[in-house]
Design a protein around this ligand. Sequence first.
Ligand code: SF4
Length: 484
Amino acid sequence: MQLHLRNHPYRYECENLCRLFFPYSHVKVTDALSPAPGEPWAQALYETGVYTARVSDGERVVEKIHAQPTLEEYAMTDLLYGAFTELTGQTPAWGMLTGIHPVKLLRQYVEELGEDGGVKKFRTRCHVSAPRASLALRTLRAQGPTVSALSENDWALYISIPFCPTRCAYCSFISQDVKHAGKLMGPYFALLLEELKKTARITAALGLRLVSVYVGGGTPTTLSAGQLEELCGQVRGLFDMSCCTEFTVEAGRPDTITREKLMALKAGGVTRVSINPQTLSDEVLKNIGRLHTAQEVLDAFALARETGFTSINCDLIVGLPGDSLTGFERTLEGVLSLGAENVTMHSLALKRGARIEAEGGTGLHRCQEETAAMMDYSIRRLTEEGYMPYYLYRQTRMAGNLENTGWAKPGEVCRYNIYTMDECASVIACGAGGVTKLRDPYSDRLERIFNFKYPTEYISRHGEILERKDGVTRLYEQFRQRLH
Ligand code: SF4
């Protein structure tokens, strides 16, 4: 669709609104409108105190005008949002919110106006639906104890293992399949340990306190049992773990899980694993390019219990190709009967780079109502079963424009997920694709340090990765200097 802007800097926000209502259209910003017949378009204009939003689905045109002497982002986006809702008849569940951290915004409003006032502002200003505002509020409340227990030098370690047995059809992540990238795993692993050593030296010198470790990917259990044992051993040997009560490894796909690997993790001090079915339908598993069956998920879960894991997360996705509401209900009931401590509900996000997207989307998740019904079912059933939502985030191009929510049984929240999604604690990342986010404990500022994305670059330019880690020292020194 074409988007024409004039006299304001809110391009990014207006583009996001176009994608919200026309998620399958490529948004092209143009100097003047020249849409093809039937092509949707939008205009967001500001001229001497008058805002104009004009939108079309290629047939009908809706225009809205608002007079206001000052230039303000909200005046423009609210007007454009109103024009789109009138044109399409859609009222998105999250209203006009297109950012990824709705709970952070709600926290800001609640701090400013109290709970009732904050929720009211969240709903009226952002047009968030009552059920989503309630989900966000429950999440905010559940995060409270974790956020308030943080002290200024607390940090979490993220370790990236960007390899998977095969690439899922919906994956847009940098993960490499072992068939093509298997030979990189050895050198990658050796260099990762070097980065961990440097990180340990830096954080010890700064007097930082490690409170959580999270090994993600990719699928970390693509590593051998010996490598997992070594990784856990190095983490425990290099870092002061005396305040770190949480150590998660994403075991992810059951086709990588063996008794030997789970035992290596358990012996290495891992406290929590993820075993991710995504769906318990064999047909849907096949549609997304997974080489395992639902039964293998159940077997892997039982094996993890046998090995002594008392905290297990299961990821599920709504909106998968070939899935249906009844199929999804069966999946969720299956996971509930396993008694997983955490269930993470994802809405399928079709990002560029996903094979499914490149192949034309296979018509998946265009049935937004059914996807929304799956998510609503999960909210109802997880609540009934005593789980609480404890972290929540959104992505662009999500099925049904919904959200991803982590649910936990009482006392079972994974604090790392709150730290990283709420950006309330520093997370130092090691490995390809890792993004270190340092939170200035004396202000709300967040500084980022990026590692190279792909394992090949990570290996060939490892010297630069180690140099970039010095940024952690530099930034913490700046944080502390500003205080004095
Ligand atoms: S398991 Fe996750 S990271 Fe790996 S290919 Fe599938 S979606 Fe991508």
